[in-house]
Ligand binder design. Sequence first.
Ligand code: ADP
Ligand code: MG
Length: 495
Amino acid sequence: MSVTATAISPAVGSFRLSRSPRGIPRFRMAVSSNTVSVAPILTKLHKECATPLPLLRLVADSMAADMRAGLAVDGGSDLKMILSYVDSLPTGNERGLFYALDLGGTNFRVLRVQLGGKEERVEATEFEQVSIPQELMFGTSEELFDFIASGLAKFAQKEGGKFHLPHGRQREIGFTFSFPVKQTSIDSGILIKWTKGFAVSGTAGKDVVACLNEAMERQGLDMQVSALVNDTVGTLAGARYWDDDVMVAVILGTGTNACYVERMDAIPKLQGYKSSSGRTIINTEWGAFSKGLPLTEFDREMDAASINPGEQIFEKTISGMYLGEIVRRVLLKLAEAATLFGNSIPEKLSMPFLLRTPHLCAMQKDNSEDFQAVGSILYEVAGVESNLNARKIVVEVCDTIVKRGGRLAGAGIVGILQKMEDDSKGLIFGKRTVVAMDGGLYENYTQYRKYLQEAVTELLGLEISKNVVIEHTKDGSGIGAALLASANSKYDHNY
Ligand code: ADP
Ligand code: MG
């Protein structure tokens, strides 16, 4: 890397940038007396973020080893390997009216599904999405669950007499809750801790279904939860409904997680619990994985400043909530130490989580000659004026962080597949196996997806990777949760 961007005046260049409606950005002075060039900082970043094949292999092997350790005994590894209590997957015979509720990290969705059995399949779906107000992420448990229950109540009201349930039956809900829960049955589970920036008081240690039930009661809403599922589990169930080869599901959204179909006899910590199918879905909670990851000073500083320092390191390296923030930290360092954006630095660039992953995605998509879109985004979001050289460097930084994230996610997937293959010889790699993917990051970030797939192909080799299909299942987790509510219905659904 030979590009340097020292001492460039912010206004240099022939680009006309649109001014933000809030006017001229506020600047604070950079330490400009001892500026170094951009090159050594970038070289160090590249080196520390590199994910060559041997490193990916180590990550995949460590993932597989951590899975085994977590299955052996509770607390045996970073991976919690949580039992989902989902022992039978959708068959296609599911019938009736069901609701699904999905609390992710950014949004909360409600869904109504009319299932019509083998022939009709999904007859009708309607859904609504509400973004979660920032203040609720730091409020009380009651406030958050009241917000969810009232959203559900409003949505349910719109049913408008279209559906008729037999007398005395409550509407049933599949509740997708995408935070670490110690599942205690198919319809109950204790919140272990909040992640993804949530710091809601009074929920950890409680049954989240009871929290929702109490809120529904406060709202006068006559419904009940029949299945509590993690979003990965919902995605696996939803994808499996259409395709029998689905064995793994991965979420790459605000956060990240993965689940897979495991044989009961491969779970030593079970002790006595039996499933009629001999199999069950295990929720890995792989966001907590941490072994062998290539980390930088920017990752360590972001982690230290987070609300859960030392936790969720894999998630902090590969998922949507954090990629933008890592890039912002790199850019701030480049601005302060190497005057990437000239002699003064806009105050905004120092604001945590100002740069979001969708911004990185939009900047990487810019293939114009003068990186016009990159310039606009930097200006609109961070108040930064940039010349062409600086814009190129910004895109390069985005690419470095996103490439590392995508490739590590790919290595994680291979780790899971490898563990399953080692236990079943040929049943994974010897036939078609589908990994169902969902989440806003995977769905929208084409370059990330490409890096993920490349790593999987590199690790498995061309032949085996032909059998491994990584497939986007859009909104599969909602339908999946509804399907699991049906499979675990409190009633006999033969109508
Ligand atoms: P949740 O994880 O809350 O269930 P989603 O699966 O919808 O939510 O993912 C939302 C996340 O996906 C955002 O926080 C963001 O990080 C990422 N994302 C959304 N849109 C884009 C985009 N255009 N490019 C890259 N990442 C995106
Ligand atoms: Mg989600």
